[in-house]
Design a protein around this ligand. Structure first.
Ligand code: ZN
Length: 294
């Protein structure tokens, strides 16, 4: 079987041809051109499908909240204007008469890790992605736990600081306003009085022995851990997969592995903390797996 998979983000769309063993036979990328709107993006995806020969199915991983039963976008932020309401599955099946599956990008990445990556031997685990916000997925026996209305796993919006900082969701004190990569960057900019900095530069400053940066990093990792303490006590997982570009820094995971157990009750301490393994291929691999199973 040959699956054509797309992973749609605000700036780029990753594309891959994947077989039933989870091997990526071809891959590429195209700009999202999100400023052109949702319909233009849908047209480009349909056109791309038409350019590939011998495709059996199409798997789509997309940013935003997804109704995976209907294969449509329930809500997409301003990163993908005009994407809200897009009936992706219907449009693909109408145009090409081949089965399609649409899934939220964090869920798709978690399924990718479950079958081909960091969680390949585990079927019940949590997957968290740290970036501008914090996304999460709950995998129970190899399947996504969706909750009653399809939106379970918004780990970024549990409240870790009562009455704390304003969050993009309208709430106050949400986990992601303290523990997302954007929070680390904001804190470093404020404390050091600099205009621009990225994750790589922050770790360079740490290596150079910058004590202010070390302190900010440790506070930020503590914020990450306090969320994990909540999740571990709720789900009692054997494994937590941490993803997002910043997690390539071993300092973070090493620090969490060393310190997390002291905040956990005895029956929870054996939880393994690992880094996501598939990088930015996780979404296409997960979406491909889901449409092969469908
Ligand atoms: Zn929030």
């Amino acid at each position: 079987m040959r699956v054509l998979a797309f992973d749609i983000g605000g700036t780029a769309v990753k594309i891959g041809i994947i077989n039933e063993k989870g091997e990526i036979l071809e891959s590429g990328e195209m700009p999202t051109f999100s400023n052109e709107g949702g319909e233009a993006l849908m047209q480009r995806i349909l056109k791309t499908i038409g350019e590939y020969k011998n495709i059996d199915r199409v798997g789509i991983s997309s940013a935003g909240q997804v109704d995976s039963e209907e294969g449509k976008i329930i809500f997409a932020s301003e990163n993908l204007p005009g994407w809200t309401g897009m009936e992706i599955k219907k449009r693909i099946e109408e145009a090409y008469s081949i089965p399609a599956v649409v899934e939220n990008d964090v869920n798709a990445a978690a399924i990718g890790e479950a079958y081909y990556g960091a969680a390949a031997d585990e079927k019940s685990f949590l997957c968290l992605a740290y970036g501008t916000g914090i996304g999460g997925a709950i995998i129970e026996q190899g399947k996504i736990y969706r909750g009653a209305f399809g939106s379970a796993g918004e780990f970024g919006h549990i409240i870790t600081h009562v009455g704390g900082k304003d969050c993009s969701c309208g709430g106050k004190g949400c986990y992601e306003t303290y523990a997302a990569t954007s929070a680390l960057i904001r804190n470093v900019k404020e404390e050091l009085g600099i205009e621009e900095v990225d994750g790589r530069e922050i770790f360079k400053l740490l290596e150079e022995g910058n004590e202010k940066v070390e302190k900010i990093l440790q506070t930020w990792i503590f914020e990450i851990m306090m969320g994990l303490v909540n999740f571990v006590h709720i789900f009692n997982p054997s494994l937590i997969v941490l993803g997002g570009g910043i997690m390539v820094q071993p300092y973070i995971i090493n620090h969490i592995r060393e310190n997390l157990p002291r905040y956990l009750m005895p029956n929870y301490k054996d939880v393994k903390i690992v880094r996501a393994k598939l990088g930015n291929n996780a979404g296409i691999l997960g979406a491909a797996h889901m449409v092969m199973e469908a």
